[in-house]
Design a binder for this molecule. Structure first.
Ligand code: IMP
Ligand code: MG
Length: 179
């Protein structure tokens, strides 16, 4: 397969759209069965998860809600480094079964921060559903019960994920070509 250019870098297909679709359908079936009758609230983390969230939700067969949140980063004090603010969460999480929908867990630091923010809102349960996980980059211990693909530590784009804002529209997932 010929490489493509996204902005100024070359990428090659690593996970074709059909494979993504098949795996997401399996994951949706598993989540539907696990959370049947629990009225789950899905929280999709923008921007990266928009395609994954749309396809995953089409396969969820138990009554549920979905909401979209965003982590805005701003530079904190020198000791705290980059900190995030959670934007767009209007639902009451008390007693709810929450499923976070993420595009990718890399170091896991963003996810750890998000989990701790959500846990202060007294949910019954918070589970992670991530399209991709780079196990070799994980810096924190995370329980990720729902994951479509484990991938190597290479930079990827497509299917919602971006390189400097570009490539989110690509239906397949592409890996950076190292030259
Ligand atoms: P973490 O805090 O290191 O787990 O970073 C997670 C965030 O980094 C993801 O939500 C993505 O926005 C971004 N990210 C990590 N790896 C990649 C990649 O290979 N391509 C595009 N974005 C990535
Ligand atoms: Mg993200």
């Amino acid at each position: 397969m010929e490489p493509i250019t996204v902005k100024d870098l070359r990428f090659r297909i690593s996970i074709p759209a059909e494979e993504i679709k098949k795996r997401i359908a399996e994951l949706a079936a598993q989540i539907s069965s696990d959370l049947k009758g629990r009225n789950p609230l899905f929280l999709a983390v923008l921007n990266g998860s928009f395609m994954f969230a749309a396809d995953l939700m089409r396969g969820i067969t138990t009554p549920c809600e979905i909401s979209f949140v965003r982590l805005s980063s701003y530079t904190g004090t020198e000791s705290t480094g980059t900190v995030h603010e959670l934007i767009g969460l209007n639902e009451d999480l008390t007693g709810r079964t929450v499923v976070i929908i993420e595009d990718i867990v890399d170091s896991g630091l963003t996810m750890r921060e998000l989990l701790s923010m959500l846990k202060t809102k007294n949910p019954a349960d918070v589970r992670i559903a991530s399209l991709l996980v780079k196990p070799g980059n994980l810096k924190v211990k995370l329980d990720i019960p729902y994951c479509c693909f484990h991938i190597p530590n290479d930079f990827i784009v497509g299917y919602g994920l971006d390189y400097d804002g570009y490539g989110r529209n690509l239906p397949d997932i592409y890996t950076l070509v190292k030259e």
